[in-house]
Design a protein around this ligand. Structure first.
Ligand code: ADP
Length: 361
């Protein structure tokens, strides 16, 4: 008897999203099924182009459809991606950034742990997967994006009351560093910090974005409070180095986000280890400390970025794109990007998925 599309859809009901533990038909990820003479084509829509589970889903779909029998000669899985708007965004009233689907803060308990470096590479890495990404330099006390993105000396164009973001390395970006004289001390009292951050966030004319990454100032000061008041966040990423003292500060950052009712997407261990010319891995600061801390706090561990001379040099040269030249560093950064995107998707889908809508032809 000839295989029908309905049979294929029933088989797809056996394929679970590995993180959500629900089948991909119920999750409304199967958008289209076509079948002709042993050739099945299935269109699966992911919730991020940076999906960490793409290969697993592809393998499971193939297996499930082939289980229908030897008549199946080919299973083609076409992936598309549509980043959903975060539940926080949907629920927010007076949302000042309606064109931005997900806002993600990158914070750290203290300075110098590589928070800005992680924020930049997260933004550039997400954009490299095909997502539309913005990066806001929320560190109004010590903006480092002019250096890290090679913006030094550039001033943004203004259109009426809106500032046009720069477009560099595939992302849109804005920083206070491009609006004030370089090296001018930036001293803000509480209300002024509130106003500086909100103007920068809200008066920048972001195009439609899948993700807006915010590089926060280190610590637990005024800016995260303002941010939590004015922007509906999908979550926050906490950057930490492996040492015990760094973890104490990072714990405070995690708790701060939790108190502000911002979901902690997870912890990143930066300067995790060093690979010497001899190819050996040296755990200078004691690799694994941040992972253990994440486990203790019950938040996900998102990845480890090694101490890497090229990363430091590319950062100083304002060329983060070079960090994605194939190699160990690129692999670690890409894994981090996928894990963060995965955490955002899981949270967006959990409890917020629509009923099935499949077109059959
Ligand atoms: P923070 O934002 O936490 O203050 P930065 O991201 O500005 O820290 O990083 C501080 C310095 O450390 C920068 O010079 C940066 O290039 C360097 N750096 C950060 N992470 C790494 C790393 N994994 N390997 C080498 N250098 C790094």
């Amino acid at each position: 008897m000839a295989i029908t599309k309905e049979q294929i859809i029933d088989q797809l009901r056996l394929v679970n999203d590995p993180e959500l533990h629900r089948d991909i038909v119920t999750l409304n990820m199967v958008k289209h099924v076509a079948y002709c003479d042993g050739h099945a084509t299935i269109k699966v829509e992911l919730t991020t182009p940076a999906c960490p589970l793409k290969e697993t889903i592809q393998r499971d779909v193939e297996q499930a459809v082939r289980a229908l029998g030897p008549e199946i000669v080919e299973v083609k899985v076409d992936f598309g991606a549509q980043v959903p708007q975060s539940p926080q965004k949907k629920a927010a009233q007076n949302n000042p950034l309606p064109g931005v689907k997900n806002i993600v803060a990158v914070g750290a308990g203290k300075g110098g742990v590589g928070k800005s470096t992680v924020a930049v590479n997260l933004a550039v890495g997400l954009a490299r997967t095909g997502a539309k990404v913005g990066l806001l330099d929320g560190d109004i006390y010590g903006p480092s994006l002019p250096t890290l993105l090679g913006l030094a000396g550039r001033t943004p164009e203004v259109d009426g009351k809106k500032i046009i973001p720069f477009t560099v390395h595939g992302i849109q970006t804005m920083t206070l560093g491009a609006l004030v004289e370089a090296e001018k001390p930036l001293i803000w009292r509480g209300p002024m910090a509130h106003s500086a951050f909100s103007q920068l966030a809200v008066q920048t004319r972001w195009d439609d974005l899948d993700y807006l990454i915010i590089d926060l100032p280190p610590g637990t000061g005024d800016v995260p409070l303002t941010m939590a008041q004015i922007l509906p966040l999908s979550g926050a990423v906490v950057v930490c180095t492996p040492q015990r003292v760094a973890q104490d500060d990072a714990r405070r950052a995690v708790r701060m986000f939790q108190q502000l009712d911002i979901e902690v997407l997870g912890v990143v261990e930066n300067m995790s280890y060093f690979v010497g010319d001899d190819g050996k891995e040296y755990d200078i600061f004691g690799k694994g400390g941040a992972r253990q801390m994440a486990e203790e706090l019950g938040v996900p561990f998102l990845g480890a970025v090694p101490i890497n001379m090229a990363l430091r040099a590319n950062s100083d040269a304002g060329n983060p794109t070079a960090n994605f030249t194939p190699g160990t560093l690129a692999q670690e950064l890409e894994a981090l990007v996928k894990n963060v995107a995965g955490q955002i998707s899981v949270r967006a889908l959990e409890g917020a998925y629509a009923g099935p809508q499949i077109s059959v032809q």
